[in-house]
Design a protein around this ligand. Structure first.
Ligand SMILES: Nc1ncnc2c1ncn2[C@@H]1O[C@H](COP(=O)(O)OP(=O)(O)OP(=O)(O)O)[C@@H](O)[C@H]1O
Ligand SMILES: [Mg+2]
Length: 395
């Protein structure tokens, strides 16, 4: 199975391009699912399904043609399916603050539930071999980052916090339930957390395997959008995901020579050149600004034709090098992390338990070290040729 993740700044064209890619994949023979991970779903709207639209809101995949389905995750259904105990606990806590039941239920939709639910679906589809390709239509960059960092965050929680919390509660519950105004979580809450974790098992390896998962960054030829695309590239790399394609959408076509757009054309030309050299060797595709909105099956097909050659395979694996490597050189150990475009001053490093923690700006990644390196600490680091090399030594 292949997973293609479409991410980028708000409004750049992620949903349209993900939908068009789904249509193209189904045409060349792949059983394809386009799944919306954006809580503000607009995937079904892009297909302009008219009276059929409400069928797409059931929380299950909806068929578009014999090989293509679309799927908008329905958070209310997911809560009933997976999060019952967790949200029941959160609701009970919220109630003690005097909030009404309905409000408490609304508030109990915690950030991240949608993303985690989507991942459980991906995992389930992988096990069932229902689809050859899953195209993920992501929310704008920040939320996409939360999506991809969720498995490592959760694993960290399960390893470090969960056992402590559970053990502690066993000890304090008999007293705390008498004196605390807040009810403490029950055993079924913990069972639910464990069950959810089991459903997500393996998803991080899936996302970090370049033969399985690729990120396609969608951008527009504008300075502000490009900056966010560059940051997204760094963040995805830090999380171990492989970006293997950039799509520049809404490029002014050559035939637009109206004076009004003269300055736009000049700046787009400059930025396009910059994008090509910046992301090299990652291939960059360009898609023209259409004369109209891309709405409905036919126009999505037009977009697909603008994006791909007739027999081109968007699911082909083109980059396979792993984003992390643990190597032994001249008698000492090194961790190598590919970090294209990260600047020297913004990278932070420290060791925590048996993990190396890499920080870039506000993002943090815990890298689990192999046993041979778990006892070592970072002694020196250098950022060269798009690669962060951390030397590990005994302290
Ligand atoms: N090449 C194009 N030419 C003309 N219109 C386009 C093009 N690509 C996308 N659009 C239109 O731009 C609008 C935004 O596109 P889309 O919803 O795909 O962006 P998005 O990145 O998914 O947005 P969001 O961040 O809100 O999810 C839509 O109305 C779409 O039809
Ligand atoms: Mg969208």
């Amino acid at each position: 199975m292949r997973i293609l993740l479409f991410s980028g700044k708000g409004g750049v064209g992620k949903t349209s391009l993900a939908a068009a890619t789904g249509l193209h994949l189904s045409r060349i023979g792949y059983r394809t699912l386009v799944m919306s991970v954006d809580p503000a779903h607009s995937l079904a709207d892009a297909f302009d399904l008219g009276d059929d639209l409400f069928h797409t809101k059931t929380g299950d995949p909806f068929p578009i043609n014999e090989r293509l389905a679309i799927h908008e995750v329905n958070i209310q259904k997911e809560i009933k399916r997976h999060w019952r105990e967790i949200s029941a606990y959160v609701i009970s806590v919220l109630r003690t603050t005097g909030i009404s039941d309905v409000e408490a239920e609304e508030l109990a939709i915690l950030p991240g539930m949608e993303e985690l639910s989507a991942m459980m679906w991906v995992n389930q589809f992988r096990r069932e071999h229902v689809y050859d390709v899953i195209v993920l239509d992501c929310a704008p960059t920040a939320e996409s980052m939360r999506f991809v960092s969720m498995p490592t965050t959760l694993e960290w929680y399960m390893r470090h916090i969960f056992p402590v919390q559970r053990g502690l509660l066993k000890a304090v519950r008999p007293i705390a339930n008498r004196v605390s105004p807040i009810e403490l979580p029950t055993d079924s809450y913990f069972a639910n957390v464990q069950d959810l974790f089991a459903k997500l098992e393996g998803i991080d390896e899936l996302l970090e395997d370049p033969k399985l998962t690729s990120v396609r960054l969608v951008t527009n030829p504008e300075r502000m959008v490009l900056r966010e695309t560059q940051r997204a590239f760094v963040y995805f790399s830090l999380h171990g995901l492989t970006v293997d394609g950039i799509i520049v959408n809404r490029v002014l076509p050559a035939e637009v020579n109206d004076l009004y757009f003269q300055e736009w054309r000049a700046s787009q030309a400059r930025i396009l050149e910059e994008i090509d050299s910046y992301f090299s060797p990652v291939p960059v595709k360009r898609v023209a600004l259409f004369t109209h909105e891309v709405l409905g099956r036919e126009r999505l097909d037009d977009l697909a034709r603008a994006l791909y050659q007739e027999t081109e395979d968007p699911a082909a694996v083109t980059r396979t090098e792993a984003p992390f490597a643990f190597v032994k050189r001249n008698g000492h150990y090194e961790v190598q992390v590919k970090l294209p475009f990260a600047a020297k001053g913004e990278v932070g490093l420290f060791k925590k338990g048996d993990e190396l923690v890499v920080e870039i700006g506000t993002l943090r990644r815990h890298i689990g070290l192999p046993t041979s390196m778990a006892g070592l600490s970072p002694s020196r680091a250098k950022l060269e040729n798009k690669m962060l090399t951390v030397e590990m030594r005994e302290v």
